[in-house]
Each structure stands twice: as C-alpha cells, then as structure tokens.
Design a protein around this ligand. Structure first.
Ligand code: AMP
Length: 123
C-alpha cells in the first residue's frame, strides 16, 4: 500500500522544503515543526507507507536512509556528539504521514525513555 502524501509533493517540488541532502533514492529536509535544534526527515523517494510495508524487495531503500543519516551527521558536525534517529509506525507509534521517514534529531542531549509512563507493564 502506498498512497500519495505531502512528502510526494516535496519530492516532486510541488511544495517547498528546506532540503539538506539528496541522492537518487533518498531525500532529507528540515521538519516543519522541529523538536530539536537540528531535526530533519530522511525519506525514500519511492513511497512506502509504514514499517509494516518493508520487505525483502524494498529493504535496501530503508538501509539507504541510514547511509544518508551517517553522511548528514558528518556534514553537519554532530557525528561524534551523537544524535537520534527514529521511525514511527501507525497510531501508537505517533505516525501522521504515511510515507516512511527517519526523524533525525541532533544538537542537544536526548532524554530516555522517550515517553513518560507510570506503569511498567510489558507485553
Ligand atoms: P510522523 O508524525 O512521525 O509521521 O512525522 C511527520 C513529520 O512530518 C512531523 O514531524 C511533521 O512536523 C512533519 N511535516 C509535516 N508536513 C511537513 C512539511 N510540509 N515539511 C516538513 N515537515 C513536515
């Protein structure tokens, strides 16, 4: 399943974005609502809706997202200090745009765990 999202419009230059990295398969641009001093979204140009749609045929596109992350970290001088990449999936994961994307957050020390919960139940 892959439907057009706002990210398709960014890939096709139909709406503007602050692009920080591009190659044949991958695009990275500033998040419009940054949650860290440096917050970019790294996306495959071929739309994949959610992590549940990753398979043996498209896994290389997901690997490329991490290759791009490593390049962006070096280019922006936070590779050594560190950073966080995260991909949300569906409602409980907090996904709002159904075209997979790595959030890359850098420029400050991240907290862990990423959410507050009073219960410690496991499934
Ligand atoms: P998620 O909630 O994990 O699906 O992340 C979607 C992200 O896309 C959010 O962090 C939004 O701020 C970001 N976003 C939505 N529209 C745009 C846009 N036009 N340009 C840049 N970032 C966007």
């Amino acid at each position: 399943m892959s439907q057009e999202t706002i990210f398709t419009k960014i890939i096709n230059r139909e709406i503007p974005a602050s692009i920080v990295y591009e190659d044949d398969d991958t695009l990275a641009f500033r998040d419009i609502n940054p949650q860290a001093p440096f917050h970019v979204l790294i996306i495959p140009k071929k739309a994949i809706a959610t992590i549940n749609d990753i398979n043996e045929d498209n896994a290389h596109l997901v690997g490329n997202l991490y290759v791009a992350a490593a390049k962006i970290a070096k280019q922006n001088n936070f590779a050594d200090d560190g950073y966080r990449v995260v991909m949300n999936c569906n409602e409980h994961g907090g996904q709002t745009v159904y075209h997979i994307h790595l959030h890359m957050l850098a420029g400050k020390e991240m907290g862990w765990p990423p959410y507050q919960d009073t219960k410690k139940e496991t499934i």
